[in-house]
Structure formats: structure tokens, C-alpha cells
Design a protein around this ligand. Structure first.
Ligand SMILES: *Cc1c(COP(=O)(O)O)cnc(C)c1O
Length: 351
């Protein structure tokens, strides 16, 4: 791996007390290109612009996939990356679906290790903050031909972050959309590819204008079964049972979702991965059995859901307060991530 260090760090210019998600990038980035049928040398470079011709394939046809993971500065001074192997596996699945050549885990983890070493001062030390790691793989042929590109770049950039939602741990409001859908079975909703997020921007903007944080997506075929919330998987606590939509092919298989399920099962909770309709959630709410709802995702970890709007009706959840189970999962997850609690499920990689 060649390493070209930044001449001057930008670290001192960044206000770590007021971090906005994805705004500030650390000093270095990683890049490795696929050309003539093989992945080439890997490089670490100062973070900055990458030159491109306007015919860059990914720009036109969206052959581009990404991951989102985090590094945490632990209570013991160690840095932990959360479930990197699982993020790598999902990235490879995304590559496969988008006709992008795969590469070894060694490339992935050694790039992350080297970046964490070089940009150590960019990892926030405060509890609740972390370094967001964004691997991306995209087509770099200079061609307008509509076919899989022959060349690709795997790159990683990192960005210090605090809370994902500006409201912090305050419950978020979700709305269903009567008009738009996120994904369909057989489509690409179950992989992290650029176009999914491009397609959700207009619905997201309209939801925002009406005061909602996210859309609660329903199944495109029946417009009734709950799928997920755009950048989060969703969980409901009904009658003390933890319920999350089963992975149906159009839901992104979240690693935080998987972590919550594992923690819940460890605790002996009753867990159901199954189809759940918006009607069932509202019905449970009406009879006082809907206790809690929350979203899960790397960026937000756990986000309590305080209100759901659907088809002209609103359901308040737990008086718009964070519930005990939501809080417990947030506490357990973050305690493992910050090294305060034994990593008994083997999720953290110390770097
Ligand atoms: C990334 C993502 C999630 C959350 O996945 P995690 O692995 O928990 O970060 C959920 N839904 C969508 C659509 C996503 O892109």
C-alpha cells in the first residue's frame, strides 16, 4: 500500500462540538482501482477532489455501491470498528447485484486499519460521537455504453459525526406515502446502491416539508405491509413482543437490525421476524398494546419513533417519549461499541 500523507492536517479547523453528519472529511482517503480484469495497488492519499471526465460511467448509469460503518473511541482508549466483516459481506453482495467485481476482505480491513492509524485524531473521544466510515465502489469507465463498466474504483473516506438526526435522541416522526414506493421484490432495495437513495429524495423532501423525519415505507405490492424507514429498519414492541418485518427481498438487511435481534434473543425476549401491516400497528395502538417503536441503522444506532402518520390518521407512541426497551437496546449497543461492556458476541474489531 502506498501512503501519501496530507501536508497539513485540517483537524484543527473542525468544530467537534457541532458536527453535522457527513460534512467534514478526515485528512486521508483510500483508493484501489480495477483495470484489465484485476484489482491493482492500493493507495492512501490526502482527501480531496478526484479528477474525472464527464463520461464517467457511474455518473450516468449509477453503477455504484456503498457501505456505512463506524469506529468508536472506547472508554479504555482503544478504537473499535463495529462488525466490519458483516459490512464487507454486504458490500460484496451489493457489488454482485450491480455487476461490480469483488475483492478480498484483506483489502477492505487493511485499508480501514491504515486509515484509522493515520487519522486517529479524527476519531471523536466523546461518548455518542464516532468516526463514520464510508466505503464506496463505482464504475470508472469513460464511456456512455450501457453495459457493465470494465474499470472500477474502491475508495474509502471517513467523517467524524455526532447524532445523526438533528433532534438527537428525541423521537422521530414517520409518515407512510400513499404515492411513492421505495423498492420492489426483484429490484435493488436489498442492496446499498446509489440509485435507491436518489429515488427516495423527492418523497423524503415532501415528508420533510410536512414535518416528518423519514418515510415509513410500505410494501409496493400490497401497500399495507411495513418494510422499513429509508435509512433505518424498524421495530415495534406490541404486547411485550419485539416485532420487525422479515427480510422480504425489498428490505435492506441492516447490521444494526441483526444486532438488535441477537441482543434480544440473548436476553430471552420473544422476537418475531414476520410480515406486519400498518393496520396491525394502528390496531395495537388503539387498544393500548403498542408500547414502543424504533428504527435501527449504523448512523443513528437506535432512533425512537414517537409518531406515525398514515392515510390521514396519526398514532402517538409511548407519549412521544423514548421507551424502556428502546433505551435498553441503545444502551447495550453503544456500551459494546464503546468498550464499556464485554463484546460477548464478537462484534468489534480493535484497530
Ligand atoms: C444502511 C441502511 C439501513 C441500515 O443498515 P445498517 O447496516 O444497520 O446500517 C437500513 N435501510 C436502508 C435502506 C439502508 O440503506
Amino acid at each position: 500500500m502506498t501512503i501519501q500523507k496530507a501536508q497539513q492536517s485540517r483537524r484543527e479547523n473542525v468544530d467537534f462540538d457541532n458536527l453535522v453528519f457527513g460534512k467534514e472529511m478526515s485528512d486521508h482517503m483510500f483508493a484501489m482501482d480495477f483495470r484489465d480484469g484485476v484489482w491493482g495497488d492500493s493507495h492512501i492519499l490526502p482527501y480531496g477532489e478526484v479528477g474525472m471526465a464527464l463520461s464517467l460511467s457511474a455518473l450516468h448509469y449509477g453503477q455504484s455501491v456503498f457501505e456505512g460503518m463506524k469506529a468508536f473511541w472506547g472508554a479504555d482508549g482503544k478504537v473499535r470498528v463495529f462488525r466490519p466483516r458483516d459490512h464487507y459481506k454486504r458490500l460484496m453482495r451489493s457489488c454482485e447485484r450491480m455487476c461490480i467485481p469483488q475483492f478480498d476482505y484483506d483489502h477492505f480491513i487493511s485499508a480501514i486499519r491504515t486509515l484509522m492509524e493515520l487519522d486517529r485524531t479524527w476519531i471523536p473521544k466523546e461518548r455518542g460521537k464516532s468516526l463514520y466510515i464510508r466505503p464506496v465502489v463505482f464504475a470508472i469507465d469513460y464511456s456512455l455504453g450501457l453495459k457493465p463498466s470494465l474499470s472500477y474504483r474502491f475508495a474509502i473516506l471517513t467523517s467524524p459525526m455526532g447524532y445523526y438526526y438533528p433532534e438527537g435522541m428525541k423521537p422521530v416522526k414517520l409518515m407512510t406515502s400513499g404515492e411513492y414506493v421505495r423498492a420492489v421484490r426483484g429490484g435493488v432495495g436489498d442492496v446499498k446502491t446509489a440509485g435507491n437513495y436518489a429515488a427516495s429524495m423527492l418523497p423524503f423532501k415532501e415528508a420533510h416539508e410536512q414535518g416528518f423525519s423519514q418515510i415509513l415505507w410500505l410494501n409496493a405490492h400490497d401497500n399495507a405491509t411495513i418494510e422499513e424507514a429509508g435509512v433505518m429498519n424498524v421495530f415495534f414492541v406490541i404486547n411485550s413482543v419485539l416485532i420487525t418485518p422479515a427480510l422480504s427481498g425489498s428490505i435492506l438487511p441492516g447490521i444494526t437490525r441483526d444486532s438488535v435481534l441477537a441482543l434480544a434473543r440473548e436476553k430471552g425476549m420473544i422476537v418475531e421476524e414476520r410480515a406486519i401491516t400498518i393496520q396491525e400497528v394502528f390496531d395495537a395502538g388503539h387498544i393500548g398494546k403498542l408500547q414502543e417503536a424504533f428504527g435501527t441503522g449504523t448512523a443513528a444506532v437506535i432512533a425512537p419513533i414517537g409518531l406515525i402518520h398514515h392515510d390521514g390518521n396519526e398514532m402517538n407512541i409511548n407519549n412521544n417519549k423514548i421507551g424502556p426497551m428502546t433505551e435498553m437496546f441503545y444502551y447495550d449497543m453503544t456500551a459494546i461499541q464503546y468498550g464499556e461492556k464485554e463484546d460477548y458476541l464478537g462484534w468489534c474489531e480493535i484497530v
